[in-house]
Design a protein around this ligand. Structure first.
Ligand SMILES: Cc1cc2nc3c(=O)[nH]c(=O)nc-3n(C[C@H](O)[C@H](O)[C@H](O)COP(=O)(O)O)c2cc1C
Length: 157
């Protein structure tokens, strides 16, 4: 069931993000494609984290997170932020720390959203992290796309 479900789900094309936070004096980050908009007024977003993820305490206890939407040229970062220690993930990766939240964002991303954690909803083997957007920004550029376990770019008709 799980394998077939994952196969079927993989047909839903998404963007690719790296979610980051600042916890116990360190930067934390992981690749995420469950990011979604929830509400415009107030501005709320969500993503879900596997409960067994080593980063789960950092994201649920730090009070907030930043979502960096990756550019098509940042595919290597999408892979880099799926494994290894946090120090290895951030090694040689340019980031900017938000002056107020101190959370890092990935330089060169096409958009970013700095969020305060509003609610954690436990749902099966994941936690849904609902955040209120405190600050955001975007740049022109091509977004990275993920579909059927492949990275690519979006081509308009
Ligand atoms: C394209 C892509 C999207 C991903 N999206 C998510 C996600 O939304 N939630 C999640 O928990 N893991 C997601 N992962 C897996 C995590 O990046 C990976 O399990 C995590 O970085 C492991 O970190 P840990 O050392 O904290 O356990 C995704 C992986 C890839 C390649």
């Amino acid at each position: 069931m799980t394998r077939e479900l994952r196969n079927a789900m993989s047909h839903f094309a998404t963007g690719v993000t790296i979610v980051t936070t600042r916890f116990e004096g360190h930067d934390w980050g992981m690749t995420c494609n469950s990011f979604s908009t929830v509400s415009l007024d107030p501005a709320l977003v969500l993503w879900s984290i596997r409960k067994e993820s080593l980063s789960q305490p950092a994201f649920t206890q730090s009070g907030g997170y930043t979502v960096s939407v990756l550019a098509s040229a940042q595919q290597h970062l999408a892979m880099q932020f799926t494994q290894g220690t946090q120090a290895e993930r951030f090694h040689n990766v340019p980031v900017e720390h938000h002056p107020a939240s101190l959370r890092p964002r990935i330089s060169g991303s096409v958009a970013w959203f700095d969020c305060q954690l509003e609610q954690v909803v436990t749902a099966g083997d994941h936690d849904i992290l609902i955040g209120r957007v405190l600050d955001f920004g975007s740049h022109d550029g091509e977004s990275l796309v993920y579909s059927q376990r492949h990275f690519g770019t979006f081509k308009p008709f």
